[in-house]
Design a protein around this ligand. Structure first.
Ligand code: PGA
Length: 226
């Protein structure tokens, strides 16, 4: 069986000092880390520092980006291409509801980003909040076989997670559309509820926002995830 996926999504937070401290906390948790596919997604500005730390210490943390340009390399001021992030990360979150809401991300741009990532070694983690976004993904990509994070809008950053049963039923609906996708759940995951999501038959991991920035909170999540 694949290891459960646990993603730390830092969003628009964090300095070089923060990430150094965070990684130092996990340097001594090698055994715990290696029970999971633990993926740290800091802002672009911190990827290089994190990459260096991970290479030097060999800790079992995989890096992810929080976004990728919908364009290939070119004259697109401020954008970071799939090939550029491939130097640092194995994953990229795309279509997060915050980007869909505030930054013009659409099903069509999600599709473009997936296609560009497919030219690299970076795997997409596509966030969806309802089944219509899953159907759009299927229409654009066909048999999508990477990670989908189901994140209901009411649950994100609210302290009000979906019920594990409901999340599992939604994951099952997603699998009916995209049988080869790996489904994870995100939205107010903490150390108290993480195992109730991971124990669901259709849920293979969690995406953690708020509780991922403080290394001690995130460590508690890993400790309670079994
Ligand atoms: P949250 O965020 O854990 O703070 O709810 C999850 C996410 O938006 O990825």
């Amino acid at each position: 069986m694949e290891k459960p996926i646990i993603i730390a999504n830092w969003k628009e937070y964090g300095t070089s000092n923060d990430i150094r401290q965070w990684l130092i906390t996990f340097e001594h948790e090698q055994q715990l880390l290696s029970s999971y596919n633990t993926i740290l997604c800091p802002p672009f500005t911190l990827l290089s520092l994190a990459r260096e730390f991970i290479n030097q210490t060999g800790i079992a943390i995989t890096l992810g980006a929080q976004n990728v340009s919908r364009f290939g390399e070119g004259k697109y001021t401020g954008e970071v291409s799939a090939h550029m992030i491939a130097e640092f990360t194995s994953y990229a979150i795309i279509g997060h509801s915050e980007r869909r809401r505030d930054l013009g991300e659409t099903d069509a741009t999600v599709g473009k980003k997936i296609k560009l990532l497919k030219e690299t070694t970076v795997s997409p983690v596509v966030c969806v909040s309802d089944i219509s976004q899953v159907i759009a993904l299927k229409n654009i990509i066909g048999d999508y076989s990477d990670v989908i994070a189901y994140e209901p809008l009411f649950a994100i950053g609210s302290g009000n997670p979906d019920s594990p049963n409901n999340a599992n039923a939604m994951a099952s609906n997603i699998k009916q559309q995209l049988p080869n996708a790996t489904i994870i759940y995100g939205g107010s995951v903490d150390s108290k509820n993480v195992s109730s999501f991971l124990s669901q038959t259709n849920i293979s991991g969690t995406l953690v926002g708020n509780r991922s920035l403080d290394p001690n909170f995130f460590l508690e999540i890993l400790k309670h995830a079994h």
